[in-house]
Write a protein that binds this ligand. Structure first.
Ligand code: NDP
Length: 334
């Protein structure tokens, strides 16, 4: 059982020495529990936060433990009558070949078929797709004709948000890094406008967003924070809503940028709403069914960036921070 351990807490950007890959015995199921052979693991920006020893919505990953990750896999051994050996499951496990699932933990069966591949449960049909769906539908509540601005727009969450925004009748503007990603926003995901944030100062970003949204932005779906958010607040229409989904530009920063000009929020009567997908766990079946329907109807495109092998976990993870990933970043383990 190869396991990718957190050996030391990263100071800023993670380095390879913060992790170690060890081989241990394959575990046996605890009473009432399971052992899962992981096939795919989700690599998420949130994992960077879990590596820090700071107060958050989940405890930090203990040093010496494998890096926590959502995985999909097959039941390898079972002491639970509800789970048969060979059955596909999804759960909050770790970057390791085999994970132990305890009774009452977050493990659920998944239907792998012609419509849904195992890795789809880490992308469009998993937390990422549901983050886009519930964050937009239930928190932002966009009205047809409103202007929606998405940062991190070519990423897993952002590309889904933009496409769902189009389905809901919004005008959708995306901010992403580099000309290739901006082309994908327009050609692959159907955004109305795309803005490349790289190499642009505050004034240039504000000018470009304003040109794309002359009447102001009604809804911001924020994945990035920092300088991007700082520019966005100068482009808000009155009563705009900002859904604070993520702040990836700050995850490796030793000094957080923060929002410098809160006055813009006040003057524009805007709202900032923090959002965590975990709060919608009781509605995953509903959101998953809608996402599956849009996928099967061809209304939604969900790209996956599948990297190979636990031994490449570090390099794969860092793609999230260089922007190398094209679509939902997934690590194939088995
Ligand atoms: P993505 O697929 O979007 O990958 C991360 C992307 O972030 C990169 O491709 C890169 O795109 C961009 N990025 C990285 N560093 C920076 C930076 N310094 N400045 C600007 N952009 C940067 O990842 P996810 O879709 O999985 O996650 C997107 C966001 O959603 C994250 O902030 C994550 O924490 C959040 N999230 C929140 C959830 C919640 O419940 N609130 C649940 C799931 C995700 P580019 O090339 O465009 O720079």
């Amino acid at each position: 059982n190869r396991r990718f351990l957190l050996a030391r807490r990263p100071d800023g950007e993670p380095v390879p020495e913060d992790f170690s890959l060890v081989t241990q015995a394959i575990p046996t199921p605890p009473p009432g529990g399971l052992v899962v052979r992981n096939h795919y693991a989700s690599l998420d920006p949130a994992q960077r936060g879990w590596m820090d020893d700071t107060e958050s919505y989940m405890p930090p990953i203990p040093l010496g433990d494998p890096v926590r990750a959502t995985t999909v896999g097959v039941v390898h051994a079972s002491d639970n009558p509800d789970f048969a050996v060979g059955q596909w499951v999804m759960g909050l496990n770790a970057l390791e070949d085999y994970s132990v699932a305890v009774p009452g933990g977050f493990t659920m069966p998944i239907a792998v078929d012609a419509v849904a591949s195992p890795s789809n449960y880490l992308s469009a049909l998993g937390a990422v797709g549901l983050t886009a769906y519930f964050g937009l539908k239930e928190v932002a509540k966009p009205q047809p004709g409103e202007t929606l601005l998405v940062s991190g727009a070519a990423g897993a969450v952002g590309s889904a948000v933009g496409q769902i925004g189009k389905i809901m009748g919004c005008r959708v503007i995306g901010i992403a890094g580099g000309p290739d990603k901006c082309r994908r926003l327009l050609d692959d995901y159907g955004f109305d406008a795309a803005i490349d944030y790289r190499g642009k100062d505050h004034a240039a970003l504000v000018t470009e967003i304003t040109a794309a949204a002359p009447d102001g932005v009604n809804v911001v779906f924020e994945n990035v924070g920092g300088a991007v958010l700082e520019a966005e607040v100068y482009t808000l229409a009155r009563n705009a809503r900002i859904v604070l989904c993520g702040l990836i530009s700050e995850y490796n920063a030793t000094e957080k940028h923060g929002l410098q000009n809160l006055w813009q929020i006040l003057a524009r009567r805007a709202t900032i709403h923090g959002f965590l997908i975990a709060d919608y766990a009781h509605r995953f079946a509903e959101g998953g069914a809608q996402m599956a329907q849009w996928l099967s109807e061809g209304k939604l495109r969900a790209d996956e960036d599948v990297q190979q092998g636990l031994e490449n976990a570090y390099d794969a993870f860092m793609r999230l921070f260089s922007g190398a990933n094209t679509g939902k970043l997934v690590l194939k383990i088995a």
